[in-house]
Design a protein around this ligand. Structure first.
Ligand code: HEM
Length: 395
């Protein structure tokens, strides 16, 4: 889910595979995944210079072995990295580091994201899809709600991918991302220094305290704020819209949801599997390694396709069916292993509040026609908007 904030990572990750480069294909990439799982499960893409993995077992192996498959893009061979002083603070975050440093960084805020800590704040969360996740993270971080529109713009820019064949668009996207990264960094620079003398009960205070105590460098503190803002924003918004998409296209599921028969918790897990908001991750091989007889070199970029593994028939019965009561459901929607999503309890809670809130108030939900537009990203999956109609429930 690493936002491509610099050229290195952008080279292979900012673009979708050719087969998914049309609007229709990226709206529903699942037939292509099936073909790849069967015909070419460990595939080298010359165009993007990376390996693509599609089977559950292979994705699991890679995510479970961070020593051999690192999250640090600086280890990729053949990528021109900007000098360290020009790299975005996002490079200094847990998402893109391994080992002890990863654990030290994650440890700074881990307690604040545990299910119980999140549940204690639940009563302060309300509303629906966007701007809901932005409001929640702004509240947790401790930044003013008025700055929300900017957060949304920054987040969207940082996950954006250019059109697959368009070099000028790639250049423009990179420039926009650089600009957004600088603005975001400046924004948090101000907030962090303001908190030094004004500690409160929010995440920026936790982070600024860790910096003051020498547990975080200044760059790490800045990167931390940026990551927390960006990581949970577009992803959770897409979880909620993807849920509406899954439900409206599966009438039996919608009916069970509307009648209160289906558990919202398991519906959300099935959305995370069936239309995963994060479809692909990236890792760098730190040594030569073989997967299914294919020789992956030290420094090669490896892309585990979560969305493809989540429909692997070896693990899921009838994987192409959206089943509201699927159990067990060991999907990779939040990743796996040491980098398992820190915000998973928060995202689950937000989605539950949004869906329960909606289904309490309305019935007879249906999709309004019109062409869907996929989110312009090569790893975040969802649609730009998903208009619905409904009848307001009588009291
Ligand atoms: C539905 C919503 C979300 C989805 C689908 C999602 C998905 C993911 C995935 C797949 C990873 C693993 C990345 C990797 O292994 O490289 C991840 C990591 C992460 N997520 Fe989420 N995420 C969501 C919401 C959130 C929220 C709300 C936050 C918190 C503000 C958050 C913060 C993070 C952080 C900090 C990491 C990095 C953890 C680490 O490197 O140890 N995410 N997320």
């Amino acid at each position: 889910m690493s936002a491509p904030t610099d050229e290195s990572e952008a080279q292979s990750l900012e673009r979708l595979p050719q087969a998914l480069s049309t609007r229709e294909a990226w709206l529903d990439p699942f037939d292509w995944y099936t073909k790849m799982r069967e015909d070419d499960p460990v595939r080298y893409d010359d165009d993007r210079d990376c390996w693509d993995l599609f089977r559950y077992e292979d994705v699991d192996r890679v995510l479970d072995d961070p020593e051999t498959f690192s999250s640090d893009p600086r280890l990729a061979s053949g990528l021109d990295m900007p000098p360290p002083e020009e790299q975005s603070p996002i490079m200094e975050t847990m998402l893109l580091t391994d080992g002890d440093r990863h654990d030290r960084l994650r440890g700074v805020v881990e307690d604040r994201f545990r299910p119980r800590a999140i549940a204690e704040r639940a009563d302060r969360f309300e509303s629906f899809a966007y701007p809901f996740p932005v409001i929640v993270i702004a509240e947790l971080l401790g930044v003013p709600a008025e700055d929300r529109p900017q957060f949304r713009r920054w987040s969207e820019t940082l996950i954006e991918s250019p059109a697959p064949t368009d070099r000028s668009s790639a250049e423009a996207v990179r420039e926009r991302q650089q600009q957004a990264g600088e603005e975001l960094s400046e924004y948090f620079e101000g907030k962090l220094s303001a908190r030094q003398g004004d500690q409160r009960d929010d995440l920026i205070s936790v982070i600024s305290r860790a910096e003051r105590d020498g547990d975080l460098t200044h760059e790490e503190a800045l990167g931390f704020c940026m990551l927390l803002l960006v990581a949970g924003n577009i992803t959770t918004t897409n979880l909620i819209t993807n849920a509406m998409r899954c439900l409206t296209e599966t009438p039996a599921a919608l009916e069970r949801m509307e009648s209160g028969e289906a558990s919202t918790v398991s519906v959300i897990e099935e959305v995370l599997r069936y239309r995963s908001p994060v479809q692909a991750l990236a890792r760098i091989a730190t040594e030569s390694v073989e997967i299914r007889g294919r020789a992956i070199d030290d420094g090669d970029v490896v892309v585990p396709w979560l969305g493809a593994a989540n429909r692997d028939p070896e693990v899921f019965d009838s994987p192409g069916q959206f089943r509201v009561d699927r159990a067990p459901n060991p999907h990779f929607g939040f990743g796996r292993g040491t980098h398992y999503c820190l915000g998973a309890p928060l995202a689950r809670l937000e989605a539950r509040i949004a869906l329960e809130g909606l289904f309490e108030r309305v019935t007879d939900i249906r999709r309004v026609g019109g062409q869907l537009q996929p989110v312009r990203s090569a790893f975040i999956y969802g649609v730009e908007s998903f208009p619905i109609e409904f009848t307001t429930a009588s009291a």
